[in-house]
Design a protein around this ligand. Structure first.
Ligand SMILES: Cc1cc2nc3c(=O)[nH]c(=O)nc-3n(C[C@H](O)[C@H](O)[C@H](O)COP(=O)(O)OP(=O)(O)OC[C@H]3O[C@@H](n4cnc5c(N)ncnc54)[C@H](O)[C@@H]3O)c2cc1C
Length: 393
């Protein structure tokens, strides 16, 4: 987009409004500024809270997310407390796949992570209006009107990066119920800093609760919370197979804690997650969705890395839209599906559909574990071990 084109938009109309200063919204703003620093003066990010704002999350940024951060010019390690994971344990009953590698996941306290991204964006000139929630969104042929408690904005384009329950996704789904919702239950508990997870830098994903109707896994990450070691624990239920029996998440989380000799989790909090599916609605003329609003990884519910990537794709679409002066975004779906993010999400969507539908057949999970083991062997940068733990007496 050229300066002339910016100037062509009327003084009262902002070229771009981004709803939400989470990973997707910040990535979109940063990528546009990478394209052209002039974008800093032509976009506003509206954020309903103020950083550092509470955000329920495991805070695990995978290797893929780390690459995305670097592509946005962000140097790692970030200057905030974190735990580097050098081993991932994927277990199903007594079978464990160990994946070894350097910084496979970096676990951050999520609110500090998001605040750091927002601070970096501000240093690059991004204007973030905090404590300013978008209350309504109206699209007409010449632009978008967004009302907040402070002001009514008029923009040529809006990127909806306001999360799974934000107004952008709800606007696009106003006539159809959204069926792609999963759920998560999480807790953060004080941990002994000398436990194996901290000394060996291990993250655990346990799929055994699939036997109790869960369509997902129990996770346990080591993290630093307010300067002290803590466990980040949770269960993810994809809810893909609507006909199966519904898992009791509080019971599974409590059981998972007991299995790891952790005092029963209290103060559990549950959250919805918007899963990616090819039938999701991703855009509308003058409106693009990014991050949770568009739909995240249905297999693992990984959202930070995909959201950073969604932000970058939305930025590319916006840049192209101004170049062509075409704000229909009719190619966004195809552009997304052809991208590395789209291929990643489509693959995980297909695997999640298969695994979470057929996981209760007796031989199915051991076969998946064989496949997973092969994948781990291919992708890990160190030899993978498969361990079979004998039944405890
Ligand atoms: C319990 C739990 C654990 C998770 N663990 C992990 C994990 O370990 N690793 C991982 O990769 N992913 C994890 N996820 C998923 C991840 O948190 C999300 O996918 C990710 O945060 C999506 O980023 P986003 O930018 O799209 O949305 P968000 O991070 O939700 O950001 C949206 C922003 O929009 C703001 N907003 C909302 N409404 C409005 C409005 N009307 N106006 C203005 N602003 C608005 C919000 O305040 C927020 O700051 C987890 C999710 C949950 C619920």
């Amino acid at each position: 987009m050229s300066a002339d084109q910016f100037a062509a938009s009327s003084a009262d109309t902002i070229p771009l409004l981004i709803l939400g200063a989470g990973p997707a919204g910040i990535a979109a703003a940063l990528r546009l500024i990478q394209y052209d620093p002039a974008w800093a003066k032509c976009l506003i990010v509206l954020e309903k809270a103020a950083h550092p704002r509470p955000k329920p999350c495991g805070g695990g940024v995978t290797y893929y997310g780390q690459k995305m951060l670097q592509s946005l010019g962000i140097t790692l390690p970030l200057p905030i407390p974190h735990v580097d994971i050098h081993e991932i344990q994927l277990s199903y009953r007594r079978h464990i796949i160990h994946i070894f590698g350097k910084s496979l996941i970096i676990v951050f306290e999520r609110q500090a992570f998001d605040a750091q991204l927002a601070q970096y964006a501000r240093q690059k000139g991004v204007i973030i209006h905090e404590n300013e929630p978008a209350l309504s969104l109206d699209i007409d042929s010449s632009g978008v009107t967004v009302a907040t408690p402070q002001k009514t904005y008029r923009a040529l384009i809006v990127i909806g990066a306001d999360g799974c329950n934000g107004i952008a996704r709800r606007y696009l789904n106003r006539n159809i119920p959204c069926r792609e919702m999963g759920r998560l239950l999480t807790a953060q508990l004080p941990a002994p800093g000398d436990s194996l997870l901290f000394t060996q830098h291990i993250a655990r994903f346990d799929f055994t609760p699939i036997r109790c109707g869960l369509q997902g896994y129990f996770w346990q990450f080591p993290m630093v919370k307010k300067g002290l070691p803590a466990y980040n624990l949770g269960v993810y239920d994809a809810l893909i197979n609507k006909n199966g029996r519904r898992a009791n998440l509080p019971e599974l989380l409590t059981q998972g804690c007991r299995n790891q000799d952790i005092n029963t989790a209290e103060n559990l909090s549950g959250y919805p997650v918007h899963r990616f599916a090819p039938r999701n609605i991703f855009s509308h003329p003058r409106l693009l969705l990014a991050g949770d609003a568009a739909g995240v990884d249905p297999l693992f519910s990984e959202g930070i890395a995909p959201s950073l990537n969604y932000g970058c794709l939305a930025a590319a679409m916006v840049q192209d839209a101004f170049y062509r002066q075409d704000f229909s975004f009719r190619h966004y779906r195809r552009f997304l599906f052809k991208s590395s993010l789209g291929r990643f999400l489509l693959f995980h969507w297909a695997v999640a559909g298969l695994v979470y539908r057929f996981c209760r057949f007796p031989l199915f999970m051991p076969i998946v574990w064989l496949g997973g083991n092969l994948a781990a062997w291919l992708w890990s940068d160190q030899p993978t071990q498969i361990e079979y733990q004998p039944k405890s007496p």
